[in-house]
Design a protein around this ligand. Structure first.
Ligand SMILES: [Fe+2]
Ligand SMILES: [Fe+2]
Length: 521
């Protein structure tokens, strides 16, 4: 434990010698100043744990030192014991008002001086612990905030939560009191794997295997196990041995540790400048439980998300039963929509949603008769009207659940044209929801590239040309100009996607209903 440092401010040499002797004998580190100005200079050069201040000083007296120091420091940062032969009540009250912590009348006996010094230092330590606990609490709150924001936006943690966790653990300590080493590991197949983060920013992979070959010495547990260890303690204690074994290859010397091990994760911080105690271990436990909570939430959300996505593709496959062979078309439209949404800078949540839900754009065809869907020739006007209703059917099937809002909007709007000539409502420009405009462009590109009973497939270059220059039923006025700009930039990526799917040898009938006005109808 580092020694407490005391600044002794007194102009009388005999006082200084006497007090210094007593204080040093008790193990304190003592520095002296003989004037107020020198005292302030020293206080600004380095921190002290306590100042003992004489009131009667030449030039700048003790009151002025108190006043000046009050302007330079935070209240209560360092306790100040005023010692003076000025015993009147007014002087005492004035000194206390100016920030003195305690007042001792000269001549004071050795025992009284020591008792006051010890009392003030104890109070300072307690205050520091309180500040530290508060810092840790706010740091934990911040860590939760960061992770919850990510969970709220996407439902899952995309980034590695460890660097921000480690940053918050360091921030939770007072400057200079944070651990040099933080190890964070997750249980994978019976062992713990993770990283050690060093104070110099290095991150080293570690493996902790407590089970194999240790003869069942590790107790079974369901509750988090917390502990502290320091050099000199038993190295073979449960968990300590395997923690040290895991850390030592990455850290040349482990001097102390506080740790928390849960059934799923192990978090340890070590090489604190001062020996860690139960408070440090509680902090590690707090962060460990927070991390585990975030991980579980994220895993749970991921499972729900996967189930949701599976249901969506099951629904789109059900629609396909009436219109066989469009499976690869649906997946490609998903992919084109993702590329377009990214290219125009939409937020990750939008990109992710459209990349999953665009495949439901034609779900309404489930209500269109097979005869019409499979008709080898173009539809007549009446048939075309029936076919157009697949947009309404789709929106109706998908309903108004907030999670399927985008799918429903795409189903309804993917045949609207930017110039107002589309269907079913003849919306124009920005009246058409963005997801509908994106799906429209993706759908038309894919329809152009696909073979139909009445037309061959088009090469990428010609499909792009048809969109930008217009050809037959496709006109550039049908599309949002911002999306056309984006397509101009990322057109090669569209071709890549088409080829990737072709390579996967997916059944590529890509048959949409033949229609009289729109290749993607
Ligand atoms: Fe389509
Ligand atoms: Fe459609």
């Amino acid at each position: 434990m580092p020694r407490h440092s005391i600044l002794l401010v007194d102009d009388t040499a005999t006082n200084r010698v006497l007090q210094r002797t007593v204080l040093e004998a008790a193990g304190y580190e003592v520095e002296e100043a003989t004037t107020g100005a020198e005292a302030l200079e020293r206080l600004q050069a380095r921190p002290y744990d306590l100042m003992i201040l004489d009131l009667l000083l030449p030039e700048m007296d003790g009151f002025e030192v108190l006043e000046a120091w009050r302007g330079l420091s935070r209240p209560g940062e360092m306790p100040i014991l005023v010692m003076s032969a000025l015993g009147d009540e007014e002087a005492r009250i004035r000194a206390l008002r100016l920030g003195a912590s305690d007042f001792l009348l000269r001549p004071a006996g050795r025992a009284e001086l020591m008792a006051r010094v010890a009392g003030l230092l104890r109070a300072k330590t307690l205050q520091e612990r309180l500040d530290e606990a508060f810092n840790k609490l706010t740091a934990m709150g911040r860590a939760s905030e960061v992770h919850l924001a990510e969970l709220n936006a996407l439902g899952v943690l995309l980034s590695d939560p460890l660097p921000s966790l480690v940053e918050q653990i360091r921030a939770a300590s007072r400057p200079g009191r944070d651990p040099d080493v933080i190890a964070a590991m997750e249980r994978v197949d019976g062992a713990f794997r993770g990283s050690v983060f060093l104070a110099n920013g290095q991150r080293i992979e570690v493996l902790m295997d407590c089970g194999a070959g240790r003869g069942g010495r590790v107790p079974t547990y369901t509750q988090p196990i917390i502990g502290v260890w320091k050099a000199g303690d038993e190295r073979e204690a449960p968990w300590v041995a395997c923690l040290l074994k895991a850390l030592e290859p990455a850290v040349s010397e482990v001097r102390n540790l506080s740790f928390c091990i849960t059934p799923g994760i192990a978090l340890a911080s070590g090489n604190y400048p001062e020996e860690p105690d139960s408070l440090n271990a509680e902090v590690v436990r707090g962060f460990a439980l927070h991390w585990e909570f975030v991980k579980r939430m994220s895993a749970l959300n991921r499972e729900i998300e996967e189930a949701f996505e599976y249901t969506i593709s099951a629904l789109s496959r059900a629609a396909e039963a009436n219109d066989p062979g469009v499976g690869a078309h649906l997946k490609r439209v998903n992919a084109y929509c993702r590329e377009l949404a990214e290219a125009i800078g939409m937020p990750p949540h939008f990109v992710r949603t459209i990349a999953v839900q665009a495949q439901l754009h034609d779900v309404g065809k489930i209500q269109i008769s097979m005869d019409l869907l499979k008709k080898p020739s173009r539809l007549d006007a009446d048939e075309y009207e029936v076919m157009k209703a697949h947009t309404w059917h789709g929106a109706h099937i998908l309903g108004d659940h907030p999670r399927l809002q985008m799918a429903a909007s795409i189903a309804l709007n993917h045949h609207e044209h930017w110039d107002g000539t589309g269907y079913p409502r003849g919306l124009r420009g920005a009246e058409i929801p963005l997801e509908g405009r994106i799906a429209k462009l993706a759908d038309v590109y894919d329809a152009l590239r696909s073979e139909r009973p009445y037309k061959p497939s088009m090469a990428h270059r010609f499909a792009i040309e048809a969109i930008f220059r217009g050809e037959g039923r496709v006109a550039p006025e049908h599309f949002d100009p911002e999306l056309l700009d984006a397509l101009r930039r990322i057109a090669p990526r569209f071709n890549e996607i088409h080829e990737e799917f072709a390579k996967m040898n997916a059944p590529d009938a890509s048959r949409e209903e033949p229609s009289g006005t729109d290749p993607s109808a």
